[in-house]
Design a protein around this ligand. Structure first.
Ligand code: CTP
Ligand code: CA
Length: 225
């Protein structure tokens, strides 16, 4: 396909994108996960590729075809996603964390299928590593872009994550709207960096991805100057 960009705004840049949900095993047949479709991350991968970047997509389990001319690394759990991401450090200029990583995983997944017993059951969970915060703290730190999925106080929570995770930019999603965002083909976001903000009205994830990649490329250029 022809490039969507007049001149490749990311020519030569190595872009790593996390996408989709993670799955955290409870036992051999069960897991904890979420409704992330991976569509936003896959659309970003295609837009970055079309902008001239060399793209690696680190993907949790999704029902999407691998984009052409994008290297896809399939992962299952948050810890797998971190390991695959760390393995790309040193070969990564821009890291975009669009994945909906499970915050917690079962402390001790059972080796055998858990049998039904009492009326209630308790599951102890332990916190997962934060993939994007780990990458942003890495000595070979790439230009790092996070996402924030919020159902309330979107701007203040997103700005809080921008600072706490030491990100260069954050893309905030209002997931309380069920017409857009998670599992939809449409999305509306606000992007924050430094003291700045840019909002994007609802549009297709493919259209939004092209605009987000343009903005990221612009900020990345500035960061390198
Ligand atoms: N993220 C990550 N690793 C995790 C959790 C989140 O890399 N273990 C990344 C997501 O990919 C996203 C950003 O962190 O880019 C924010 O994710 P989000 O779930 O909105 O925020 P959390 O920091 O997990 O906080 P909370 O869920 O409590 O709002
Ligand atoms: Ca989270």
């Amino acid at each position: 396909a022809a490039s969507l960009f007049e001149s490749g705004s990311l020519t030569g840049a190595r872009v790593v994108i996390t996408a989709g949900p993670t799955r955290e095993a409870i036992d051999p047949v069960r897991y904890i996960s979420n409704h992330s479709s991976g569509k936003m991350g896959y659309a970003l991968a295609e837009a970055a590729r079309d902008a001239g970047a060399q793209v690696t997509l680190i993907s949790g389990p999704v029902n999407l075809p691998a984009p052409e001319r994008v290297q896809v690394i399939d992962v299952v759990s948050a810890r797998d996603m971190l390991e695959a991401s760390l393995a790309r450090m040193g070969h990564c200029d821009i890291f975009i964390a669009s994945a909906a990583v499970a915050d917690y995983r079962p402390l001790s997944p059972e080796a055998q299928k858990i049998k039904k017993s009492g009326e209630t059951v308790e599951l102890t969970l332990i916190k997962n590593p934060d993939v994007v915060a780990t990458i942003a703290a890495h000595e070979q730190r790439p230009f790092t872009v996070g996402f924030a999925a919020e159902t309330q106080d979107v701007d203040s929570y997103a700005r809080g994550k921008l600072v706490a995770k030491k990100l260069d930019m954050i893309v905030a999603n209002d997931v309380s709207r069920n017409d857009i965002g998670f599992n939809s083909d449409m999305n509306a976001v606000s992007v924050f960096w430094n003291e700045n903000q840019q909002s994007f009205a609802p549009r297709s994830k493919t259209g939004l991805a092209i605009e987000l990649i343009e903005l990221i490329a612009h900020r990345y250029q500035h960061y390198n100057d």
